[in-house]
Structures are given as structure tokens and as C-alpha cells.
Design a protein around this ligand. Sequence first.
Ligand SMILES: *Cc1c(COP(=O)(O)O)cnc(C)c1O
Length: 715
Amino acid sequence: MPQSMTIHDKLTEIANNLWWSWQPELDDIFRRIDPIRFLELSQNPVQLLKEYTPEKLEQRAREEVLHSKINWAYRRFLEYLNSQTTWGDTHAGLLNFRPVAYFSAEFGIHESLRVYSGGLGVLAGDHLKSASDLGVPLVGVGLFYHEGYFSQIIDENGWQQEVYNEVDPETMPITPVLDSQGKDVLISIETRHEKIYARIIRIRVGRIQLFLLDANIPENSEEARQLTARLYGGDQRTRIRQEMLLGIGGVRALKALGINPRVIHMNEGHSAFAPLEVIHNRMAIDGMSFDDALRETAASNVFTTHTPVPAGHDRFDAGMIDEHLGPMADALGLNLQGLMGLGRVDPQNDHETFCMTVLAFKTSRRANAVSNLHGVVSRKMWACLWPWRSEEEIPIGHITNGVHVNSWLANQVRVLYDRVLPSEWHLQTGDPSVWAGFEKVTPGELWETHQALKARLINYTRTRLAMQAKRHNASSDDLEEIADLMDPQALTIGFARRFAPYKRADLIFHDVERLARLASDAKRPVQFIFCGKSHPADENGKAILKRIINLSHTEQFKGKVVFLEDYDINFTRYLVQGVDVWLNNPRRPLEASGTSGQKVVLNGGLNFSVLDGWWAEAYDGSNGFAIGDGNIHANSDIQDERDAISLMDVLENEIISLFYERDNDDLPMQWIARMKRSVQTLGWRFNADRMVMDYVTDGYIPAAGGLSSEMRSMP
Ligand SMILES: *Cc1c(COP(=O)(O)O)cnc(C)c1O
């Protein structure tokens, strides 16, 4: 380590690698430099450090006694980057020279990098972080959205408004990829009418490199420059152009960087054009026919499907496909009919539109769903692609999603883990015997830790409510009232996720009077925190949101039901670390997996969920609570009614009773037993290390070896 490095140099280097975001001591260091400014900057240390000269930072570090902490963190950082003894070194050697390329339309890594909208992106971010920790040779490929996803503001009528802010690339932990002359490395793709250029941006996520394509460059027309402005914005035309850039542009970018991936992993169908470019390369380099190149390259592609909701699959008509993929079809020697056939269940059916999910299935030999139940649903849903097979034989397996432990675990709980779990527990999170040690935590200690996190959540909730109220010109009386809202002792239930209608955010208000009665019980009160964005074009989602907001302002629910604006990763952390109960009530079986409840598990909160997605394989009768019995009524109105009644029955008869059943020390012993069972039975299964190891073993390695066996459902 060069002695001449200042602490400003060291911290700047660390801040430019998102590794810092899952190191609690670095979060603490940045926070201590300037707590308020750090918060204002969305916890963005790159921007914070730009506001400090080396001298000014020296002084601040002296005041806060941070020098040895910073030096130690920097040493750990270098050690992490250079370690040669990772899980990947022994288990993924085959991928060392030619890595996995993981394609995703969004990546949720930290709140300061707004290139994600929800669960899919956070999953992709967690995948990169675990791949980094495990030392799996992998690069990420995505798009750099300079406006990102929108910020949410609720107007006086309770209606969601979307605000977009241009990011300043100078304040981001990103570096453009430059050639030897110091110019941007550019890639281009052609449509029938124009050529679109993009530069490549590099982001470091621990040991992993993430490459994002950015079309906002002077070589492009004004329209093309806006192509990568927003995530999931615009119309079908924007969508197909973004997906072209992601898939075809992504493969070209890797080539320009000298990276020749052994395996391509498509996280959802958005990137399904990527295999076409890989086929194109094989044809050009090895003189193969299209059919041979498709057969060979498909063996090294892995596809993860994420949605059983029909509207969640991108579809384009033939005109749109011809305009954008026409030049690619020419290069592949396909006519429009032949190209369209790749995106159709029945290639001959001219009435079928081009479906990205179908393309992904047809161009990859290995495909998986994201939970056991979603595997069953996906095999049924896509049986049409393999009409000669029985449903059980449909080649779609499953790997259940998991979450990156270090990103979601509260510090205070980590201290408990450090004490009672084996010393290297964080390197063996997929091992059940490691988590069994949680039994040793004493009930009082667990409860107090949880109470502290809950108090922190409630304080944060009050702060955010006050910010929201100020925007609506609240009086000082109003603000005083807000400072007292919510009760840190009351049973606190959280609900936060995208407001897609199938997630039924307002299901708990099915019987408003019954809920009001429970919420206002002075001896056994219940309170709710809601949070989440609706897609800008989703009027139904916005109507559900408005209903909850309006109810939260009624006399009945004031201070019992609150809605926090502008859900993001930062909110998630406060919520999943502080709630008693995490509510999830999607319409079964539409939640492919869900991951937010897994974040709650790590921190000792209890899940209360419909038996859908991951919860259908997680719930065992004593590690949380279930809504419904797993049966589905053909009529969704009847299903909603049934689930709503079950929800209220379980809430009233099981959850509230158990939570308020206290011993002489005011401890809810049965509740605490359930918290422990939740951590012990679920922590080892639903974490991202286990997930990435499964992808390596069952997906990447067989794909890299060109093994012909398909990915099958795991027992
Ligand atoms: C984890 C997470 C999600 C996923 O939530 P689900 O309940 O699994 O849909 C969505 N958004 C953010 C910001 C998250 O952190």
C-alpha cells in the first residue's frame, strides 16, 4: 500500500466500488463524516467525498477518530479483492477464463444508483453481490438509465405523480470504458432506418464488473439519446429498442471489451435478443449454418423466467420486429417469417405476436422458474412449446430466489449472529447446521434487539411523514402531531412492494369496520406501514394506492395506517429490519417468488403471507403465519373474499393473541420462539449465496461443459 495515499484517496477508491454498501463499518464511517449531508445525498459517498478536500477530510477524521478504522477498512478491501481462496476457486474453475455474462434490464444494488424499479432488479443486484462474495467468475450486463426509475410524490387527492431527475454521472460510482486514445469505446446497432450508438460504463460491485450501456452520447440523434433515459418508460417502440440495446448491444460490448463469455444467463426475457448476436458471431467466425449455430450456442445459455402474469411478457408485432431486427435477420439469413417464428409458439401462425419469453426458451437449453410452485405453473404455462411432452417432462426447473444476507441484515442482529453462530458463519450461509446455533440466543436479548430496530423504524417513519406533510404545507400543529404518531410498543405490520394489482395491497381493507376495530383496541393495538410505487401507466395500481392513502387520513385509521412515499432500497432496509410482521397477500399463484419476506426473516420478523412463491415452500406451521390453505378458486372475486377473511381471522385469532401474550417480564415467549424458528428454518435456504451456488452447480457448470442434460426441478 503506497504510504503517500491520503485517507481521502483510500475512501474515494472504496466509494467507487459498491462493495462498501454491504460493509456496515463503511456505512458507519461515511455517516460519521457528515450524517445529515450523507442522508441528503441518498447515502452516496462518491458525492459526499467530492465535497471534501483531503485536508478537510483529514480534520473531520481526526475529530471523529476515524483514521485506524479507515486504514483497516482499506486493508480489508484489498484483501477481499485479491483473495485466492474463494468458493468459486474450487467450484467454478471452468468459468475462470471465460466467465458467465448475466444480463438484466435492471440492477438494484444501492439506493444511490437508481437503475432498478423493484424485486427483479434487487434480485439481480443480490446475485452480483453473492457472486462477488463467492468468487464466481461473472460479469453483469445492463443499461445505464440517466433518469432511472421515477421518484414518487402523492398529490392532495392521493394520486401518484412521477418525478424524474437527471443523474449527474460525475457523482456516481461509475467509469466510462475508454480506448487507448482516451475516447469512449462505442458499440452500435442498426435498425432499418438508423444506427444507434452506445458507450459502455463500468461499475464495480466487489470483485464483479457490471457493464451498462448508455445511449446518451452526441453520436446519437436526440431520440436515440433518450432511449436509455428511463427504466420501463415510453412505449412499445422504446421497449424493443432498449431490449435490442441490452441483448445485441450487450454482447457487442463484451466483445469490444475482449470478454468472451462461456455462459449467457438471461435474467427474464428482456435480454433474449442476446443469443441472436451470439449465433451471428458463430456463423461469421465458424461458417456455421443458422440451425447448427442455434443448436450449439443454446447449450450454453441459461434463462430464468420470472412472471406467471401474462401481461408481464413483452410482445411485439411483425412491423416492429422488422423495423428493428430486420438487419439482424438479414445477417442470420432469415426472412421475416423465419425470424418471427423464433418468438412464436407456433412458427406458422401469422396471428401470433413475437414474444421475448418464447425467444428466450427457444434459444436456451436450460431454463428455470424462481420457486417450486412457480416451476409447476411455468411448466403448465409453457407446455405448448413442447407439445410432445407431458407436463412433468417440460424442461423448466426451478431455483428459488434468495437475498444477500449482508445487504439486508441489521447491524444489531449481526452482532447476535456473530456471538451464537460459528465464527465463519457468513462464509457458510447455505448450511442449516450453521443457523441451528440461533437457538442459543436468549429470548430477552433477541426481543430487546428487535425492539430497538422497531423504534428506529418508527422514528424514521415519523421523519418521512413530516417531510411529506411539509410538502403539503402542514401547520406546526400538524407536525407536532406527526412527531407522536405510531406507538413503538404496538404490533407493527409492514407492507411494501410494487403496487401491481395482483399483489392486492388493499386486501386488508376488505372489511374496513373489522380492521378499524382491531386497530383501535387500546389494550392490543395494531398499526400498519404501507409503502410502494405503482407503474406510471397502471391506473388500477394507482387507484389501489389512492384508496389506502385516503383511508390513512380518516379518523378511524389516522396514525394506525400510514403510507410512506417513494419506496426504495433504503426504505426496505428500515422496514424489513424493524417490523414485527411482514404482510404479503398476492393472488396465488401470481407471485413467482417474492424476496422481501426473506429479508425480514434474517432480522427476526415474522412472515404473514398467502402460500404463494417462496412462502409456499417455506411455511411449516410454526415459522410464521399463512393466509388461506393454498387452494385457488376459479373465480378471482371469490378467491379475494376468501383470502381477505382468512387474513383477518389469522390476524385476530393467532397473530394479535400471540404477540400480546406476555410473561412476567413482559416477554412474548411464544412469539420469540417463532422468531427463532423462522431464522433457523429459513435463513439457510432463502439467501442469495445458496441461490448463486445452485445456479453455478445446476446451470452454469453444465452449460459451460456443454452437457446436454436439462435443468430439472430440484427435490
Ligand atoms: C426486496 C425489494 C422488492 C421485492 O419485494 P417483493 O415483496 O418480493 O415483491 C421490491 N422493491 C425493493 C426496493 C426491494 O428492496
